[in-house]
Design a protein around this ligand. Structure first.
Ligand SMILES: Cc1cc2nc3c(=O)[nH]c(=O)nc-3n(C[C@H](O)[C@H](O)[C@H](O)COP(=O)(O)OP(=O)(O)OC[C@H]3O[C@@H](n4cnc5c(N)ncnc54)[C@H](O)[C@@H]3O)c2cc1C
Length: 333
């Protein structure tokens, strides 16, 4: 069994009410295990508001607050895996692990058990985080992208975590004279500019040119006035579709509905409502498309399930090798 150890949150950065970045250090005299960019570790908090499973009369499974006899929600430990967003060299040099997390909300707007607790952390006060002393996972460049001249990374929301770790580590290696010849293209989408974690750092790495990196960020809820023209518009999977010369998901669904003569009005309304995808102003579409040679490319994706499924659809439409990091819940003791 993997040993559980106590760590301490040394910083917490709130990007929005639902997105944050935090750093955890082990207790004095301890070190985190070695890891590769793209891997994850399990974290736990002891005071999570617990839920229990109920099955409705129609067979639908839901999770509702687990109340005691006096109607107070029970509290207890919950553990989940989190991709590490720090680069291995940062952990070696400074001892911390960094995480980029989204606060879970269920369909009824109830917060997720562990993330509700993580978002309550206050460094120096309520800052304890238990970690399982094992770093695992095969969503790494050697395991998923070996031999491909072009790695296309597509991240939605906090799904950027493994990729930012990879890019920072590649840049560190290049600074140390170990540059590889792979082309990297990183697309990151979030709702707003404030939620685009690591934006300036990634822009700086791309601009420095030590690795061949194109970094494109997009927002699905662009400001109605004052949208930053250096950001794309629309969901990341739709911006990907521009690069792969595919229609947007909503356009495609309308064509399908029209062919089947079924659901046309609904599809038309969805297209009308969707933010029309666009690349950042100044992005060179022709040059970007030249990078996307299907046979040379492996597309790696991480993030929310519906975005990943659309990204998979786009990759398959262009016969591009597809790799994803599944964030399926795992049971921890
Ligand atoms: C390898 C891996 C890496 C990950 N990396 C990240 C990351 O970098 N950033 C990030 O934000 N997230 C990441 N995740 C997701 C993360 O592990 C959690 O699933 C997520 O944070 C939600 O946790 P929660 O406790 O807040 O939500 P939960 O309370 O666990 O709710 C999530 C869902 O679980 C179900 N559920 C609720 N209560 C129960 C219960 N009592 N028993 C069983 N199921 C229940 C419900 O369907 C609910 O919608 C990763 C997941 C994996 C597997």
């Amino acid at each position: 069994m993997v040993e559980r150890k106590t760590g301490f949150t040394v910083s917490w950065q709130s990007l929005s009410p639902v997105l944050g970045i935090f750093r955890v250090k082990p207790a004095a005299g301890h070190r985190f295990p070695e890891y590769e960019a793209g891997q994850y570790i399990a974290l736990r908090r002891e005071d999570c508001a617990l839920t229990r499973k109920v099955t409705d009369a129609d067979g639908r499974v839901r999770f509702v607050p687990d109340l005691d006899a006096s109607g107070i929600q029970r509290r207890g430990p919950v553990s989940h895996a989190y991709s590490i967003s720090s680069a291995p060299y940062q952990t070696q040099q400074e001892g911390f692990l960094e995480f980029y997390v989204v606060r879970e909300l269920d369909e009824e707007g109830r917060p997720g058990r562990l993330t509700e607790s993580l978002f309550r952390i206050e460094p120096g006060k309520d800052d304890e985080v238990i970690y399982f002393d094992r770093i695992a996972g095969d969503f790494t460049l050697p395991k998923r992208a070996h031999g491909f001249p072009h790695v296309l990374m597509v991240a939605s929301g906090s799904g950027l975590a493994p990729f930012v770790s990879m890019v920072k580590q590649l840049d560190f290696e290049a600074r140390a004279g170990r540059r590889d010849s792979t082309r990297y293209t990183l697309l990151h989408g979030n709702r707003t500019a404030a939620e685009l974690a690591y934006h300036l750092e990634l822009e700086a790495i791309a601009a420095a040119g030590r690795i061949d990196l194109v970094y494109l960020a997009t927002v699905s809820r662009p400001a109605s006035s004052g949208h930053d023209p250096s950001l794309g518009r629309g969901r990341v999977s739709n911006v990907l579709r521009i690069l792969l010369e595919l229609p947007s998901k909503e356009e495609e669904e309308l064509v399908t509905a029209e062919a089947k003569r079924d659901g046309v009005e609904k599809a038309r309304a969805a297209l009308g409502k969707a933010v029309r995808p666009a690349l950042p102003v100044g992005a060179q579409l022709g040059t970007l498309r030249e990078r996307m040679v299907p046979a040379d490319t492996v597309l790696m994706t991480c993030g929310n399930a519906s975005a990943m499924s659309d990204v998979q659809h786009a990759a398959e439409a262009r016969s591009i090798r597809f790799e994803k990091e599944d964030w399926k819940p795992t049971l921890y003791p």
